[in-house]
Design a protein around this ligand. Structure first.
Ligand SMILES: Cc1cc2nc3c(=O)[nH]c(=O)nc-3n(C[C@H](O)[C@H](O)[C@H](O)COP(=O)(O)O)c2cc1C
Ligand code: SF4
Ligand code: SF4
Length: 385
């Protein structure tokens, strides 16, 4: 039996990122642009992206009428007599491309989303457009309307999940009175991915959302430089997406820079240390709770006692390469800092156990995953925003 191709395995080892059951070859995504981002557009960028959200497509009477209005006023739109047939055709064009495919959908009722998913199937991610602010779409109870009517948004997520498909929700930051609460609602309704147009809010918003839910988080808006992309990754983004600036040369440059960074450091979206403004995953690098530092207020907000934190981390590293470390400050690599903080004692320990720096960081990622899983299961409502 043939195994997965080498390139797919390499991508999985590098980023450890799966969406809709598929290995993601790069944490770069295309964000939807109505009238522009179709299969042909995505395929022309296939060498440098991991995910593409095609669309947006209007999928029922009210939203198709809104799209016609927008087209008459001069905006580009995708308009088809039978949108489901066209979307199926687009999805089949993407097969074999190595790109994980998503469809950005504008619908006015949960039935419309369920109907599209039942016909197109589960080989694609369904992204609810809760982002578009054009008046005709908002009046059709789509786009940004959903940010003010979160019960309808939750119904739409649940209807898609009943079809057993992967669900992303595209939001615009700063429209809801509380983006953290919104993220929690999206998570608790069953979505898999939250895709956030950050507007002017920057990485602080990424950290807030990361600290509010365990969903895959895609950061969007002006992700045109590696410095900006790194800021998003180090505050909690799993992927970044581009729309207006998605030129082939920009994507190629970002893809190569992310790959180089990952091969050097082992964990492409490692958080900053907590005392340098890191998100909840930074607990993987935190010391034992013995001094007055940002760890203690963080544990308070999480509702975790010092003892619980200690014993959780000890259990999480038991039997892993992070367990030993008699020569380190706290007797185990579990409590050791990020690779960017030089430390002779940690390096001696890694050398003693034959662990490369990259493997050390990959182990820290596994620890962070366990921490996030624990916090959002046992403590379903951590107040860390
Ligand atoms: C012409 C155009 C059409 C867009 N259409 C959609 C859409 O249909 N659905 C959606 O969720 N976002 C849509 N967007 C928003 C983009 O996906 C993205 O969130 C926004 O442009 C900010 O990201 P950027 O700085 O990478 O362009 C559109 C943006 C543009 C410029
Ligand atoms: S425990 Fe250590 S790493 Fe964490 S915030 Fe305090 S000083 Fe920083
Ligand atoms: S041994 Fe070095 S890396 Fe480990 S906690 Fe101490 S200072 Fe940090």
């Amino acid at each position: 039996m043939d195994g997965p191709p080498m390139e797919t395995m390499r991508s999985f080892e590098r980023y450890n990122l799966l969406l809709n059951g598929h290995v993601v070859r790069s944490p770069l995504a295309l964000s939807a642009m109505a009238g522009i981002v179709d299969a042909e557009y995505a395929l022309a960028r296939a060498s440098h992206i991991g995910v593409a959200f095609l669309g947006g497509f209007s999928i029922d009477g009210p939203t198709m009428e809104a799209s016609r209005d927008l087209e008459r006023s001069g905006r580009g739109e995708f308009l088809f007599d039978d949108p489901v047939e066209e979307m199926s055709r687009q999805v089949s064009m993407m097969e074999g491309s190595g790109i994980v495919c998503g469809l950005n959908l504008r619908g006015s009722s949960h039935e419309s989303f369920a109907a599209a998913a039942s016909q197109i199937g589960d080989n694609v991610i369904y992204e609810i457009d809760a982002h578009c602010r054009q008046a005709p779409l908002v009046e059709a109870h789509s786009g940004e309307y959903l940010l003010a009517h979160t019960d309808l948004l939750a119904e739409e997520i649940k209807a898609l999940k009943r079809e057993d498909v992967s669900v992303s929700v595209k939001i615009r930051a700063g429209i809801s009175s509380d983006d953290c609460l919104l993220a929690k609602k999206i998570w608790q309704a069953g979505a898999d991915i939250i895709h956030v147009d950050l507007m002017d809010f920057g990485y602080q918003k990424v950290r807030q959302i990361r600290n509010s839910c365990p969903l895959v988080l895609i950061a969007n808006n002006s992700m045109n430089t590696f410095d900006r992309v790194r800021d998003m990754f180090s505050h909690g983004a799993d992927l970044v997406s581009l729309a207006r600036g998605a030129e082939v040369h920009t994507l190629a440059g970002l893809d190569a820079a992310i790959e180089r960074y990952t091969d050097e450091h082992g964990w492409y979206n490692a958080p900053k240390q907590l005392c340098r403004g890191g998100d909840i995953r930074a607990l993987a690098f935190c010391c034992m709770p013995v001094k007055n530092c940002p760890l203690l207020p963080m544990l308070d907000r999480l509702g975790l006692s010092r003892e619980e934190y200690l014993s959780f981390k000890q259990r999480a590293v038991a039997g892993t390469p992070l367990e030993p470390g008699a020569q380190t400050c706290f007797g185990s690599l579990a409590w050791c800092c990020k690779d960017s903080s030089p430390c002779m004692f940690r390096e001696m320990t890694l050398a003693q156990y034959g662990l490369s720096n990259q493997e050390y960081m990959r182990q820290k990622k596994q620890l962070a995953d366990k921490i996030v899983q624990h916090l959002f299961s046992k403590h379903a409502e951590p107040h860390t925003c």
